[in-house]
Design a protein around this ligand. Structure first.
Ligand code: FES
Length: 96
C-alpha cells in the first residue's frame, strides 16, 4: 500500500512512501536505520526526515485513527507535512 505504519514510545504514525524529490518509493534499510530512495539517493531517517540527497523535505504522513474494534485505519488522501505532525486531533498520529 506504499505506507509504513510506525510506532515509537508514545505514538503511532504512518509515513507515505513517496520520495519528496521526484516521487519514487524509498525502501527501509534496517542495517542503516534509514529509508533510502533508489532513484537519486535521498535518505530519510526513521521518522521520514530527509538528511541526504536531493529530497527537499521530509516524507508526508497519512491520516491515522483507531476504529472501535481496535483496527488502525489509514487514509492516504489526507496528508500531513512536517509542520502538522504534532496535530493529533487532526489525525496526524494516535497515542500508543
Ligand atoms: Fe527520490 Fe529522486 S526521487 S531521490
Amino acid at each position: 500500500h506504499r505506507i509504513w505504519v510506525c510506532r515509537d514510545a508514545t505514538r503511532i504514525y504512518v509515513i507515505l512512501a513517496v520520495c519528496t524529490h521526484l516521487g519514487c518509493t524509498p525502501n527501509w534499510v534496517g542495517s542503516e536505520n534509514k529509508f533510502k530512495c533508489p532513484c537519486h539517493g535521498s535518505g530519510f531517517d526513521a521518522e521520514g526526515v530527509n538528511f541526504e540527497g536531493p529530497a527537499p523535505r521530509p516524507m508526508d504522513r497519512c491520516y491515522v485513527s483507531l476504529a472501535p474494534d481496535g483496527q488502525i485505519l489509514v487514509d492516504k488522501l489526507i496528508l500531513f507535512r512536517e509542520d502538522q505532525w504534532e496535530d493529533e486531533s487532526a489525525g496526524a498520529f494516535i497515542s500508543a
